[in-house]
Every structure is written in C-alpha cells, then in structure tokens.
Design a protein around this ligand. Structure first.
Ligand code: ATP
Length: 268
C-alpha cells in the first residue's frame, strides 16, 4: 500500500478516551461500532450498513484524532487517502487514482478510509487543465460509490473549511452524519488538559489546579493545549524540578498565543 502512495496505513494508537469533549461524536461512533461488530444481526434487524461520517471544523480540535480513534474502536485497519497525491497532473489521472484508491480500500475491507483535508479536492489544485471539471467528475464517481457501496469501507472525511465543500456532499444519504467540531469550551478544555497531563505526568495531575488553567485558555484548541503541556513539562525538566506544577503551566500559557488570537491579529 505504501508503494501505491495514495493510501497510507496508519498505526492505531489513539482511542476514544484520548479525545476530550466531542461527546456526541464519540457516542455516535460507539453506536456504529456496535453495528459493525454485529453486521448480520443488525442487517436482519433492518439497520443500514454504516457508510461514513464527515467531520468538519477548526484545525487542531480532534478531527484526525477522531478518525484514528474510530478505526481503533472498530478494530479494523485505517487507510489515509492523500488528497495531494490523488490529484494528478494529466487528464484522467485524478479519476484513475480515485478508482485505484477505492479498489485498494475495498480489497482490504473491512477498513476505515480516512479522507483527510477533503476540501483540497475542491480547490482546483493539482495542475489539471480544467480543475473544476475534474473535481466535479471525480467527486461524481466518489459520491456514487459512497452511496451505493456494499463493502464495509467506513469513510471518515475530515475538512477544515466546510464552505469550500459542494452542497451535494452534505445532502442526506451521502454520509450517515456530519459533525462540526469547534474550539473546546471550558469543560472540554478541562478534559483535554487532564488527558495530556495524565499522558506525560500522571503523578502530578492531582496537584494541578486545572481551574486556574481554564481561566487563561479561552480560545485555545486541543492542539494548543497539548503544546502548552509539552512545553511546560520540558521547561520543568530543564529547571531540574521534581515534577510539573500549575505555575510551570501558567508561565507557558503567559508566553503563548492561542491559534484564535494569532488569527485575529495580523502578522507583523
Ligand atoms: P488539522 O485540521 O490541523 O489536522 P485536527 O482537528 O485534525 O486538525 P488533530 O490532529 O486531531 O486536529 O489534533 C492535533 C493534536 O492535538 C492531537 O494529536 C491531540 O494531541 C491534540 N488534540 C486536539 N484535539 C483534542 C481533543 N479534543 N482532545 C485531546 N487532544 C486533542
């Protein structure tokens, strides 16, 4: 698969418990897992074969994490489709690549096919002489496959910018569900802090005043929070401390800017 270049097999490390917040999405995935592991009984009962999900929203808030955790939960391989590689330079190349990717995924099924940065496919990139026409054709065939497929290829499409996606993609019957992931609210940030502190310094977690961190991190993404903890642990280590403290983390927060802050301010 690696050689084909279009699809990459992703190792399964992260699980649902590594995701802070996104409760609706996690519950929904658990329900699909139940169907996938009891396909015959579910089918006889009248339940549809799960098709897939579109997860859209701001960068660094757990979309990729969810794709990985879904495959781990379903206990099936995760194949990541590289949109950049799929879009070819020559006439017909992109469509041929898409067909090849679908064939490979079907050969490996049951599997999760993760289409990362879906909006890239609609940005007219790839150097094709007629970008818009190609993407229309390309996604015409993709949508037909998505709607009619009988194999257990569960599609997880992730996108940052939902406004760049064509409305046909959002119509009922394409994906089973569409989730929008926003910046984490206060209680979600609490979970994300706990996850990342526990991962590196679980012994210090009971001493950390998480409320103090929440007050200072409005507008931070999950990736921002992970970055804060990574840096705090490193600076505590550099200062020869015996563990991580609330002050270490607050100091890093004071010196960083959240993504939303950076986006608001023009770069000088
Ligand atoms: P992008 O669009 O930039 O790919 P994304 O939404 O896919 O962003 P992820 O790759 O899932 O973001 O997040 C990056 C990292 O930030 C994750 O590996 C994880 O460590 C951390 N992170 C993001 N969101 C969460 C979350 N909800 N809970 C725990 N960790 C998170």
């Amino acid at each position: 698969i690696k050689k084909a270049g279009l699809l990459e097999m992703i190792p399964l490390k992260e699980s649902l418990s590594d995701i802070g917040g996104l409760e609706n999405l996690k519950t929904w995935l658990e329900r699909k897992a139940n169907v996938l592991s009891n396909m015959d009984a579910a089918g006889q009962f009248g339940v549809d074969v799960p098709k897939g999900v579109l997860i859209a929203g701001v960068p660094g808030c757990g979309k990729s994490l969810s794709a990985k955790a879904a495959a781990k939960l379903f206990n099936i391989p995760l194949l990541r489709l590289d949109m950049g590689r799929l879009l070819g330079k020559y006439v017909g190349e992109s469509e041929a690549n898409m067909r090849r990717a679908i064939q490979l995924a079907e050969a490996i099924s049951p599997c999760v096919l993760w289409i990362d940065e879906l909006e890239k496919a609609f940005a007219g990139i790839g150097g094709d002489s007629n970008g818009a026409e190609v993407t229309t054709r390309l996604f015409g065939s993709f949508l037909t496959w998505l709607q009619e497929k009988k194999s257990t290829v569960f599609v997880v499409a992730t996108a940052n910018d939902i406004t760049k996606l064509p409305p046909e993609l959002m119509r009922k019957g394409r994906f089973d569900e569409i989730f929008y992931v926003g910046l984490p609210q206060r209680e979600e940030r609490r979970k994300i802090f706990e996850i990342h502190i526990r991962k590196r310094r679980h012994q210090d977690l009971p001493k950390i005043n998480i409320n103090a961190l929440l007050d200072k991190t409005e507008g931070y993404s999950g990736a921002d929070i992970e970055g804060v903890i990574r840096e705090s642990v490193e600076s505590a280590f550099a200062a020869n401390k015996t563990g991580l403290t609330t002050d270490d983390i607050l100091q890093v927060i004071a010196n960083t800017h959240s993504l939303s802050e950076i986006m608001k301010e023009p770069i000088k």
